[in-house]
Ligand binder design. Structure first.
Ligand SMILES: [Zn+2]
Length: 336
């Protein structure tokens, strides 16, 4: 099962009771009315050095527990804006706090918690300065998350679930993880009450989703891969156990899958498939594509292991990174 804690509960808490928001930092209310996305003014920057002007921090944003996308954060008068490197819409955040520093693969990775995501960077300078500034430490109104539109009726959500289950993307997943006997359905009242976004019931070999409470297509695709991961898990336990040897635990206590090997594996499977799909059109020699895998693996260890297994399977035989992922000398692209 995939608990929807991160997105829906946090969103509900943020909207219903601002005092229950995650502890963090936010620009003061006086900054908010000027709802601009311009970089912080040189006037405010002058008090603490020119480096804050147009400060752009390169890194990777993992929104709503989904795989990270490369981009940069720009500090603005009304908070932070993350701009993805490739043509995606920008993401705003009004609060930020340093969650932890991960020294994996010999480098210092700074992990910041934003409104509804985690931002990872190796060059946190301006972001650390902003957090340290007194002006940034007061409370601002809760951020309004990007939610899927309010459901019109359950029939339309069932159509959404059946559409993704009948897509070419799903066909790839079925080849890798098997196809449930029953048609995909919607999560029942009990599953909803438990906060689940997806559910795989082994005895019935059936899979259910709750598109109504998802943030969009990315979460729908992720949930389908995660739940089919559970299907495969139930049928290939010894194989998965062998693959899983030496995989470290998820370091972030707030990431889904933390403290549960079963959920961790399902997340690594979903992350691995996301990586292979994302890089399917990449140039064969792209070092950047391999570097991206390091950032997936940093958030959900075991992703690299699953990628190297899946790329050997039929759907990915012609993947542009096939030879580099199976060469046996894959190393951390970011190492030294
Ligand atoms: Zn699960």
């Amino acid at each position: 099962m995939l608990l929807g804690l991160a997105p829906s509960l946090l969103a509900a808490l943020a909207l219903a009771a601002p005092s229950l928001r995650l502890a963090g930092y936010a620009p003061p209310r006086s900054f908010v009315p000027a709802d601009t996305l311009r970089p912080r003014s040189s006037e405010s920057a002058s008090s603490h050095g020119a480096e804050a002007v147009d400060a752009a921090i390169p890194g990777y944003l993992s929104p709503w527990g989904l795989p990270p996308v490369p981009g940069r954060i720009v500090l603005t008068d009304s908070g932070l804006v993350f701009h993805a490197s490739e043509g995606r819409a920008s993401t705003r955040a009004s609060s930020v706090s340093l969650a932890y520093v991960d020294a994996e693969d010999g480098r210092q990775h700074y992990l910041f918690r934003l409104d509804a995501g985690v931002f990872e960077t190796e060059a946190p300078g301006p972001l650390l300065e902003a957090i340290a500034e007194p002006g940034w430490s007061s409370d601002a109104g809760p951020a309004v998350p990007n939610r899927a539109p309010v459901p019109s009726d359950s029939a339309s959500w069932l159509r959404a679930a059946r559409r993704i289950a009948g897509s070419r993307y799903a066909d790839t997943l079925y080849l890798l993880l098997g196809k449930p006997r029953a048609a995909v359905g919607l999560i029942g009242a009990r599953g909803r009450a438990a906060g689940r976004l997806g559910e795989y019931v082994s005895v019935r070999d059936s899979l259910a989703l709750d598109p109504a409470r998802m943030t969009g297509e990315g979460q729908l695709r992720h949930a389908l891969a995660h739940e089919l991961g559970h299907r495969w898990q139930a049928r290939a336990r010894p194989q998965l156990a062998t693959l899983w040897t030496g995989v470290r635990a998820i370091p972030d206590s707030k990431r889904y899958g933390y403290g549960s090997v079963s959920e961790h594996q399902a997340e690594a499977i979903a992350f691995a498939i996301s990586f292979l799909q994302t890089t399917a059109a990449t140039a064969e020699s792209s070092a950047g594509a391999l570097a991206l895998l390091d950032h997936y693996n940093l958030l959900v260890p075991g992703t690299r292991t699953m990628v190297r297994y899946f790329v050997l399977q039929a759907p990915y035989r012609n993947h542009p990174l096939h030879s580099r992922l199976t060469s046996g000398r894959i190393t951390y692209a970011l190492e030294k």
